[in-house]
Ligand binder design. Structure first.
Ligand code: M1P
Length: 239
């Protein structure tokens, strides 16, 4: 029976917000031959296209973008979910940005409304790579995102709030995170084993929901990785 592979993109198949390395792409391109492999990412489809080459995408069985709120097969949209965040939530996000203790420059695009989800970054998404690294380091010491996520979860229990990458938080109506991908794939592949690889499978991370849902549905194996090298090693070991 075929194995169904599913993997996160940033920090799993590619470095965070950067294109897949040539070395990994060469291996991965071969690995995809005659395999069923899906990508599931918090990024929207346009960003996925920036990081994963057209050649690789053409061999991928399907791409779940925006945490599974848009699904593409062969570059064509199969479904998408709608989401309109409430005003009070947006106002609260504005407040976090205004009152941050982060002592360095902030950048535009701090509330990004994507298909079916919202991405919030105190720093602002339109920042240079080196500022992204600076905020990531500061946040790992000061836990700003964890505090915001905890605070939001208390006030908005109807949303799932997760920390995906290095500078931001993903917000979706409950059940519309990556866990919806587990449900969708299990409907198509009722009996096949599903293998999932992700770098944020811990509680609070944006791979947690899909990992837990797959395990609950059964016949699944989860691999927590810390980057494309670890992903490559695991895939290589599967022959
Ligand atoms: O795919 C992981 C995450 O990648 C980005 O996170 P950040 O900009 O914080 O590094 C975002 O696209 C986020 O939505 C996504 O979950």
């Amino acid at each position: 029976m075929k194995i169904i592979f599913v993997a996160d993109m940033d920090g799993t198949l590619t470095p965070a917000r950067l294109p897949m390395t040539e070395e990994f792409a060469e291996f991965f391109d071969n690995f995809l031959t005659e395999r069923i492999f899906y990508i599931v990412s918090g990024s929207d489809y346009k960003k996925i296209q920036e990081q994963v080459s057209e050649g690789i995408l053409s061999k991928i069985s399907g791409v779940f973008a925006s945490l599974g709120n848009e699904f593409y097969v062969g570059g064509k949209l199969v479904y998408q979910n709608n989401f309109e965040p409430e005003e009070s939530l947006l106002a609260k996000l504005e407040n976090y940005r205004r009152n941050t203790a982060y002592p360095f420059e902030l950048f535009p695009n701090y509330i990004e409304i994507r298909v079916g989800m919202l991405n919030f970054s105190v720093l602002g998404r339109d920042c240079p790579q080196k500022e992204r690294a600076r905020y990531g380091l500061w946040d790992s010491q000061n836990k700003e995102r964890e505090k915001i996520a905890r605070d939001l979860a208390q006030d908005y229990p109807e949303y799932d709030i997760s920390i995906g990458g290095n500078i931001s938080i993903d917000i979706v109506p409950k059940g519309f995170g990556k866990d919806q991908v587990a449900n969708y794939l299990r409907q198509i592949y009722a009996d096949e084993k599903i293998i999932f690889l992700g770098d944020r499978t811990e509680a609070g991370g944006n791979d947690y929901a899909i990992a837990q849902r797959l395990l609950a549905l059964g016949n699944a194996e989860i691999f927590a990785v810390n980057g494309p090298d670890a992903t490559g090693e695991i895939l290589r070991s599967m022959g």
